[in-house]
Design a protein. Structure first.
Length: 498
């Protein structure tokens, strides 16, 4: 940890109130992680204990090595979906090897500065990402509300009432924790027969141990697992960095995204060697921690992992009694507070450019349709880039003037706007080659003071303009290029067109 992080942690321990908040937040998160870790294990085709151990190690390691304070990392559905084929086709040892290699890839990507790419994710994509996650969290709870005893519905309703109304009375204890404890007591003491956590799968009764995957350490193994490991690394980093940015916005603080990245990598390596499923940041539990419980430090992240291990190993029988309806209420609450309702208000939509609204909707649709955050964000960024290029391309203007200069008639074209592949392709048609080749015109000047050459496409177009005038018996003169544009043109001019 950095000195600043250590000072923040010491400040937490000096404040009994803050220490209580962080501790209770960690407990709530641990309870909420259990059923999801089991569910993600099922998706990956592994024993539930592997997912639970992953949620323990991911939380503890990211807290210790200095990830985003208060952000929760654990086994996730996005990672489980990516690596499930490895388990199905090659077995557990290859799966664990994939997880370890993914962690190594994440550290390499962090060192290479992949976090700088976050600046290219537009606000509309970020909002779409958040809203899509909220929808996915809500949708993930729907199976728990179908074909269940009728008592599930009033329990969920009471749970929602507690988590929404209790904070108006007191915030001394996290409302989600109160809802889980009270509803567990009611169902247990009242003998109410509803689905519980124990129905989801068997909880572990021992600590995780060292696990070294029994796979050949050769090129063939690398070729099998590398594509899945790289996909897992990219998906995990993307979800973690987007979640970290969201927590930054909520808490009005900044986090070191490079540290977040290699922290996730270190956590996956440790998790793999302890036989865990691997994972990344989880938006739902992070929102429980930050928004629902008011946590702000890495202590809550650390305690979430520790409490999770204690709950499933030592208090497994008690945890197994928690009604799923109570956790459903908490997760529905999380989805509702995560969704950016301001972004879909009619007044907001009227003010926003239609292109940004379209990008947000497209991002949401892609994430919800594929259940893959990386695909959704990729589609959103691509759509935003295309729409931006299309919009900027129309900003280039060309104005022709004729004037007498030193006894010569000069045709001057003033080009204003950024020249890149989308805008420069139309530039070729903006000149009156025939008129400028008449006897009344002595010189042709193209003034680029208000322009900048960004790519080879623009240099190629300027070469084509030069060649077109030359075919009409005129030499064209370019003036006003800035230093960077001059360097690019000198390097590429005459070498691009056949």
């Amino acid at each position: 940890m950095t000195p600043e992080q250590l000072r923040s942690l010491r400040a937490t321990f000096r404040s009994p109130r803050r220490l209580l908040t962080e501790s209770l937040a960690g407990l709530v998160v641990a309870l909420a992680l259990i059923p999801e870790a089991i569910a993600f294990s099922v998706i990956a085709g592994v024993d539930p204990r592997i997912g639970l151990f992953a949620s323990f190690t991911m939380g503890v390691v990211t807290a210790l090595v200095g990830g985003r304070p208060a952000m929760i990392s654990a086994a996730t559905g996005a990672v489980a979906l990516v690596i499930a084929p490895v388990m199905k086709e090659h077995g557990l040892d290859y799966l664990i090897a994939t997880i370890i290699l993914a962690g190594i890839f994440q550290i390499i990507l962090a060192v290479l500065g992949v976090t700088r790419l976050m600046r290219f994710i537009p606000r509309s994509v970020m909002i779409g990402f958040v809203n899509a996650l909220a929808i996915l969290v809500f949708m993930s709870q729907m199976p728990e509300l179908f074909n269940v005893p009728w008592m599930v519905y009033p329990i969920v309703a009471v749970g929602l009432a507690i988590v929404f109304l209790l904070p108006r009375v007191t915030r001394a204890v996290p409302a989600p924790l109160v809802a889980i404890v009270l509803l567990t007591l009611v169902t247990a003491l009242g003998g109410i027969d509803v689905p519980t956590v124990s129905d989801k799968g068997e909880l572990p009764d021992s600590l995780p141990g060292f696990f070294f995957p029994d796979v050949p350490l050769n090129l063939e193994t690398f070729q099998i697992i590398a594509p899945f490991a790289l996909s897992m690394a990219l998906v995990g980093l993307l979800e973690s960095l987007m979640t970290a940015k969201l927590v930054d916005d909520i808490t009005d603080t900044r986090s070191n995204k490079t540290r977040v990245s290699w922290g996730q990598g270190a956590a996956n390596i440790v998790t793999g060697f302890l036989g865990g499923l691997g994972g990344c940041a989880v938006i739902g539990q992070t929102m429980i921690n930050v928004k629902g419980s008011g946590a702000r430090s890495r202590l809550s992240t650390f305690l979430a992992g520790v409490f999770l291990l204690i709950l499933v190993v030592v208090l497994g029988d008690v945890v197994g009694m928690i009604p799923m309806a109570a956790l459903v209420a908490v997760m529905i609450f999380v989805s509702l507070i995560t969704f950016d309702w301001h972004s879909v208000r009619p007044s907001t939509l009227r003010r926003l450019p239609k292109s940004e609204t379209a990008v947000m909707i497209l991002t949401v649709a892609a994430v919800v349709a594929t259940h893959n955050l990386a695909v959704g964000v990729g589609v959103g960024v691509l759509a935003a880039s295309v729409l931006f290029a299309r919009r900027v391309a129309h900003f280039v203007t060309v104005e022709r003037t004729e004037l007498e200069l030193n006894g010569e008639t000069v045709a001057t074209y003033t080009v204003d706007g950024e020249l890149f592949f989308a805008s420069s392709n139309d530039l070729y048609t903006q000149f009156d080659y025939a008129k400028d080749s008449s006897e009344g015109i002595d010189r042709v000047i193209i003034d680029l003071h208000g322009s900048h050459i960004w790519d080879a496409s623009s240099v190629s177009v300027l070469d084509s303009v030069t060649e077109k005038y030359r075919n009409h018996g005129r030499e064209v003169e370019f003036i006003g290029l800035n230093e960077a544009s001059v360097r690019m043109r000198e390097r590429l001019a005459g070498k691009l067109n056949s």
